[in-house]
Design a protein around this ligand. Structure first.
Ligand code: HEM
Length: 275
């Protein structure tokens, strides 16, 4: 069977496009429902504005919250049932936005994020040592409405919660239409690896959440405080690595090679036809 020059060229280009298609396919994201993924952005991080327009283009990860029933003093029903989390980083700082429903704005409304510190596994209950497991410390980022700032804290078990002498965490809350948006920001890496979680791009680390509804009951007692709050167990957090464009470079190289090969082939075939 004889093939014309243009048929061969079409075949070669088709093959190249197929190769490019394979190279350009993004890997399917794993663990999407259990991980907060902070994409890297170029330019300004919306670190001061929980209502910045850019947040609406970031997909949230939603986690169930439950009343803290594990240790006294327990609470059998907490206001917040679930929490949406969005995050972004710029290679230097990371900013994490918590969003949850709360029917009223109160001065004692509060929220917190927790991480492990170092290599030791820690329990999400403040890194409380468990039977036969010493566990490690945890780093807690705490925001309270009436304080209007973030607090960088550590704990290794109950009764050990302390405010760090150096504060790297900033936080800002915005309340509207029965919804709290609370934004936490910190450098990915700090100079205190013994106390602060260190966030390297491209890896998964554990993250847990806590929310307190600062409403008071008829007797003036806070509905939720201290151990009485809505909590999550450990989930995952990942600061995405900068995008890898090497697949596109290889595709461009393949196109170049294919065109070179096609050029030589066509010249040879033309020579053959005119001989
Ligand atoms: C089973 C899980 C948990 C238990 C049993 C628990 C228990 C407690 C207890 C007993 C206190 C009183 C202070 C102390 O003893 O150190 C407390 C306070 C606190 N907890 Fe937890 N906790 C849990 C999970 C969490 C999580 C996941 C976070 C952060 C994401 C968190 C953040 C805090 C903060 C910031 C305070 C201080 C609140 C204040 O000053 O009113 N806790 N918790």
């Amino acid at each position: 069977m004889k093939h014309g020059v243009s048929e061969i060229a079409t075949g070669v280009i088709g093959g190249v496009l197929l190769v490019m298609g394979f190279l350009a396919v993004e890997p399917v994201a794993a663990q999407e429902s259990i991980a907060v993924r902070a994409q890297m952005v170029k330019g300004l991080l919306p670190a001061d504005d929980p209502n910045a327009a850019v947040w609406s283009s970031v997909a949230p990860a939603t986690f169930p919250m439950s009343p803290q029933v594990h240790w006294p003093t327990r609470i059998l029903e907490a206001t917040v049932r679930d929490l949406s989390v969005r995050a972004l980083h710029d290679g230097t700082n990371v900013t994490i936005l918590l969003e949850y429903a709360d029917p009223s704005e109160d001065p004692d409304d509060a929220a917190a994020i927790e991480f492990m510190v170092g290599d030791k596994k820690a329990h999400f209950a403040h890194g409380q040592p468990m039977a036969q497991v010493e566990g490690g410390p945890v780093n807690i980022w705490y925001w309270k409405n009436k304080d209007a700032k973030g607090m960088d804290m550590n704990a290794k078990g109950f009764g050990t919660l302390s405010v760090q002498t150096h504060q790297d965490v900033k936080a800002k809350g915005a309340y509207a239409n029965g919804t709290w948006k609370v934004l936490f920001t910190r450098p990915l890496a700090t100079e205190h690896p013994e106390e602060d979680t260190q966030i390297k791009t491209g890896g998964f680390i554990n993250i847990a959440f806590a929310v307190w509804d600062g409403k008071k009951d008829i007797s003036g007692e806070l509905k939720e405080k201290g151990s009485q709050k809505a909590i999550s167990s450990w989930w995952y957090f990942r600061a995405e690595a900068p995008p890898d464009y090497s697949g596109y470079y290889y595709a461009a190289l393949a196109v170049g090679l294919a065109f070179g090969f096609q050029f030589i082939l066509i010249r040879k075939l033309k020579k053959g036809q005119s001989a």
